[in-house]
Design a protein around this ligand. Structure first.
Ligand code: ZN
Length: 133
């Protein structure tokens, strides 16, 4: 039973790198011009504090670093999806992000499962989710 509308992402600031890449079918991340490491979009490198990183497209592949199976919706509007998987995903570039793993039986989830990004759209906003590779 759905009790309300799902919250709509409202991309702001450097978050736009992530959502604009998703609209093109890519996972948007940043690469530092100084140390070369990758990270989720932000204006300062979290490793060396260099400014003005480069926006790049990740390969869209990675693996499950950790996960949980939700049997009660964490937010209004997700009641019809339970049980669903929320995972901490480590992209092959070394960046970790939280997303859903879809199309995998929650009982089949495991740490290290190889994943591939797929893209969904809701209310005009595209976002990545992940399926088993
Ligand atoms: Zn850096």
């Amino acid at each position: 039973m759905t009790t309300g509308a799902r919250p709509r992402p409202e991309p702001r600031g450097e978050e736009r790198i992530f959502f604009e890449a998703a609209a093109r079918g890519h996972v948007g991340i940043c690469r530092c011009r100084v140390c070369g490491r990758h990270f989720l979009p932000r204006v300062v490198c979290p490793f060396c504090w260099a400014q003005d990183p480069v926006a790049v497209d990740a390969a869209g592949t990675g693996s499950v670093h950790s996960f949980t199976v939700l049997h009660r919706a964490g937010l209004p509007g997700f009641e019809d999806d339970v049980p669903y998987v929320v995972a901490l995903i480590e992209l092959d570039e070394g960046v970790r992000l939280v997303s859903n793993v879809v199309g995998v039986d929650p009982d089949e989830m495991r740490i290290g499962l190889r994943l591939q990004a797929v893209f969904s759209e809701r209310d005009g906003v595209s976002f990545p989710q992940f399926v088993a590779a």
